[in-house]
Ligand binder design. Structure first.
Ligand SMILES: Cc1cc2nc3c(=O)[nH]c(=O)nc-3n(C[C@H](O)[C@H](O)[C@H](O)COP(=O)(O)OP(=O)(O)OC[C@H]3O[C@@H](n4cnc5c(N)ncnc54)[C@H](O)[C@@H]3O)c2cc1C
Ligand code: FES
Length: 269
């Protein structure tokens, strides 16, 4: 039975913001996705090209926003579109991050920072302390620096770049070990490249800390039917994309190691 979420709605892009040389944010009116919670994703149809999964980076007042990195055919076509262009939307899909109180740490890499910013805005007034660690290859690719500064105190923000053009020159995982040893955290949320998520999960496991990670897998249907997003016994679109420590433990033979490709064969990550 089709549900309202699964019905493709056409809509027009009302605003496009350039976030970095490779990332743009697209704002769309949509009566269902505007009610999404942090962690959920939507399927965006780019007419004549493809339909792709994207994390929701903001949702309010009838509008939903997604931040998209140009990596291939569909995302490059989207980047070439102008305000007023027609796209299609399904969703919102998937589960959302739980709303932790106490001392919260968010760790984002690349466009994985987008759903964490959405979560940070929601948690800002509810937590005892909100800390954010963000990493990118270079300064120009550090996303939402101003927005993160608006929800977290400066002393609780750490930025890293691989080339040292901003913040610490290292991978985002490097300052984490001492941070996790020094401070008490009640929840760690993460989203980003799967290798990064795996390393962070290993760190939280070692210290017996709670974690919720948003995962990405190849997706076609987005609703649990096709199996292309399988990891362990889970389908990321239906059971995730947010997974807790117990679930991540069950998929540790695949997490950051391998995934299914578009032809169904297993490919290394
Ligand atoms: C739940 C979820 C949330 C995501 N959120 C974001 C986001 O907020 N911002 C963002 O920029 N990207 C996000 N992605 C990744 C995004 O879907 C892909 O970058 C996009 O589908 C690539 O399409 P393409 O045609 O431009 O590239 P392609 O030419 O198809 O491939 C380029 C690269 O993208 C990967 N990819 C291709 N298709 C998919 C797919 N359907 N699902 C996942 N990865 C794919 C390929 O492995 C390849 O490495 C998310 C993916 C998932 C599963
Ligand atoms: S994308 Fe089809 S089952 Fe998840």
């Amino acid at each position: 039975m089709p549900t309202a979420n699964n019905t493709l709605r056409t809509t027009q892009i009302v605003q496009i913001r350039t976030e970095s040389p490779t990332v743009k944010t697209f704002v769309l009116p949509d009566r269902l996705c505007c009610k999404a919670k942090p962690g959920q994703f939507l399927m965006l149809w780019i007419p004549g090209i493809d339909e792709i999964p994207l994390s929701i980076m903001d949702a309010s007042n009838g509008l939903v926003s997604v931040s998209v990195k140009a990596v291939g055919d569909a995302t490059r076509h989207l980047h070439a579109m102008a305000a007023g262009a027609t796209v299609g939307v399904r969703g919102p899909y998937g589960n959302s991050f739980t709303e932790s109180r106490g001392r919260v740490l968010l760790v984002g890499g690349g466009t994985g920072t987008a759903p964490l910013l959405f979560l940070a805005k929601l948690l800002a007034s509810k937590t005892e302390r909100l800390s954010f660690v963000e990493g990118a290859k270079t300064k120009d690719e550090l996303l939402f620096v101003r927005e993160i500064g608006g929800v977290c105190q400066e002393k609780n923000i750490i930025t890293t770049t691989e080339d040292g053009t901003a913040g610490l020159q290292c991978l985002v995982t490097q300052p984490l070990a001492s941070l996790l040893d020094k401070d008490r955290f009640d929840m760690i949320y993460t989203c980003g490249p799967e290798i990064m998520v795996k390393k962070i999960f290993e760190m939280t496991e070692k210290r017996k800390l709670p974690i919720e990670a948003s995962l990405e897998r190849l997706m076609r249907c987005g609703i649990g039917l096709c199996g292309s997003c399988v990891i362990g016994k889970y389908r990321v679109c239906r059971d995730g994309p947010v997974f807790n420590a117990a679930q991540l433990r069950e998929m540790k033979d695949e997490l950051g190691i391998s995934k299914l490709g578009f032809d169904g064969s297993r490919i290394p990550i």
